[in-house]
Design a protein around this ligand. Structure first.
Ligand SMILES: C[S@@+](CC[C@H](N)C(=O)[O-])C[C@H]1O[C@@H](n2cnc3c(N)ncnc32)[C@H](O)[C@@H]1O
Length: 241
């Protein structure tokens, strides 16, 4: 098999294995492609996500970056002047973590672990963030329950994830880009035959923000809100534990 069938694998261990394999294989080119394919807008999305975390309420706290990849979201937090806490950056694809090691500072702690079974005690964190990771989880409900478990009551979760724009002109451009340009550029630059075909497919099959919010509420979160960035290309979800 050389493609992830999202529907087929949803909720099954097979998706985990395939996702871990994809990210392990594209790790050397991940950062380059990330910034190139998003024309650097991903940096603005990350800044906005960190702002929504309201970390200033606990600037010396312990924060989790789940599905951290090469650390970019956690780095956005630790580089804030007033931040004096730590970020634990967790991912199950070791090559992604290794690839980002040269970027990190002493207040980022990499951990290789599965977001569906996190190696942390309950109530360990004062806040958590997930950047472009939840779409890849084999079981969203389990992932959200794990996030709820490791967060202390009253702390915040911020999720940054692709979504589908509402405006039909933007949606047409988005689909054209996602299905025609991104897979080709991704294939040429990453050298990976199908990883960048998986991205648009995984977004297409992913639940909309209303459904995500419902799942967050069911997992034990409250005050669940979301807002669109760049016309809905990306959504920032915020929830309180
Ligand atoms: C698209 S990358 C995002 C990386 C980073 N957060 C960013 O903003 O660039 C998705 C990451 O989620 C990780 N991931 C997917 N499912 C996971 C799971 N069940 N447990 C831990 N990491 C997971 C992948 O290994 C990959 O590094």
């Amino acid at each position: 098999m050389n493609r992830i069938d999202n529907k087929k694998f949803s909720g099954e261990p097979g998706k985990e294995v395939q996702v871990q394999k994809i990210f392990s294989e594209i790790a050397p080119r991940y950062d380059l492609l990330n910034h190139l394919l998003s024309v650097n807008i991903d940096k603005i999305w990350r800044k906005k996500a960190i702002h929504s975390l309201e970390w200033r309420e606990n600037s010396s706290g312990r924060y989790l970056d789940s599905c951290a990849g090469t650390f970019d979201l956690g780095l956005e937090l630790v580089k804030q002047d007033a931040f004096s806490g730590v970020v634990v950056s967790s991912d199950f694809a070791l090559p992604m973590l290794k690839q980002g090691l040269n970027k990190i500072t002493t207040n980022i702690f990499p951990v290789c672990g599965d977001a569906l079974m996190m190696p942390f005690p309950s109530g360990s964190f004062d806040g958590a963030m997930v950047g472009f990771g939840i779409r890849n989880l084999a079981d969203l409900g389990t992932g959200f329950r794990e996030l709820a478990r490791v967060l202390r009551p009253g702390s915040r979760l911020v999720i940054l994830e692709f979504s589908v724009p509402r405006n039909w002109i933007l949606r047409k451009c988005y689909h054209f880009y996602f299905h025609n340009i991104l897979p080709v550029v991704g294939r040429i630059l990453s050298g990976h035959a199908w990883a960048y075909t998986y991205l648009p497919e995984s977004v297409k099959d992913f639940p909309d923000p209303q459904k995500i919010s419902k799942k967050l509420l069911n997992a034990g979160f409250k005050e669940v809100t979301w807002r669109f960035l760049t016309g809905g290309v990306v959504t920032v979800h915020v929830a309180v534990r």
